[in-house]
Structure formats: C-alpha cells, structure tokens
Design a protein around this ligand. Sequence first.
Ligand code: GLN
Length: 202
Amino acid sequence: MGGVLTVGVLALQGDVREHLRALESAGVDAVRVRRPAELDHLDGLVLPGGESTTIVKLARIFELHEPLRARIKDGLPVYGSCAGMILLADRVDAGGDAIEATFGGIDITVRRNAFGRQVDSFEEDVAVAGVEGDAVRAVFIRAPWVQEVGPGATPLGTTSGGHVVAVRQGPLLATSFHPEMTGDLRVHALFVRMIAEARQLD
Ligand code: GLN
C-alpha cells in the first residue's frame, strides 16, 4: 500500500486532542480510537497522558483492554506519554500509587506520581537518544519515572536527578513527559520513524 500512515490515539480520557494535532503535524493521518474494531487498520497507536487508572477502567468498559494487549503483543507500534508510559509498563512499583493492571509490553517497572507532591509539575531539558539536535524541553505533570529498566528495554533519556524518563523496546516508545504540549514534534517524529521501520521489517 505505502502512502500515508494511519496512527490512532486512544480516546477514552486524557490529552487526546494535543496528540492528534502533533501527529497530523508530523505528517500522518491521526484518528481517535474508542472501539476494538478501530484497532484493526492502524499502523501505530498513541496512549495519551491523563489518569492511568481511569483509562484502564474505561478500556475494560469499552472492551478494549484485551484487544489492546493482544495488538501490543503482536507488534503494533505504540507510544505512551506519561499515563501512557504507565499503561505500557510490564510492572508498577509498589512504593508508588497502585493501579490494578496495565496493558504491558515494555520491560520496565514504573513508579506512579514519582516526583512527589511538591513538584507535581516541572520542566527540564532532557536529551533523548534518537531525537536529533538539542535536548527536548520535557514537561512533567504528576509524572511517573522508570524505577527499573529490565533487559528487554533501552533507556533513552534521564533527568538531571538521574531518573530514567524515556525508554524504548522494539516498536514501543514511552516518555514520562508530554512532548505534545510544547509544539516540539521531534518525539512524535521519532515515533513515526519507528512505525515506518516496523513496516519495513514486516
Ligand atoms: N499521575 C497520572 C497517573 O498516574 C499521570 C499523569 C499524566 O499523564 N499527566 O496516571
């Protein structure tokens, strides 16, 4: 087929519109995903920031939980930002806030709301491997960090405090921060390149 890639944004809760806009600017067709059948023709999917516990609950109600897990296992390229990173994590650290279940896929342990209440939100420049040019201005909002990176995953970026906040595993990408909020498209562009790579390997 070739041509323009179709990338979904899971549209149950969270900053869906910002990701749709960022993806369109990165040159793909961006579509909202709410029903299992809408997963069928995607080249990639974004799990937005929001409240991971709410997204998981709604995914069950919309009967998307199992189909999503299956598509991730099957190799669908997925990018999760913030709550989306939590949803892609294989494990959630018991020292942070709990969540009943994630979709999984990336061999990491995340800690929810890890940066603590005093710094609910902050910004910092983070160099992200695979993103060319200057460091990315990273916006953290009640963000998780990666507590432990398992052998399957690769850390891509670390804060000045030494916390891993960007990771990749094959066609799966996750960041603790929200590039969709800054107008800097380079993380979305990296994800689009990962989708193109995954299609070539098919
Ligand atoms: N604190 C949220 C959670 O644990 C994530 C916040 C965000 O996505 N901005 O799900």
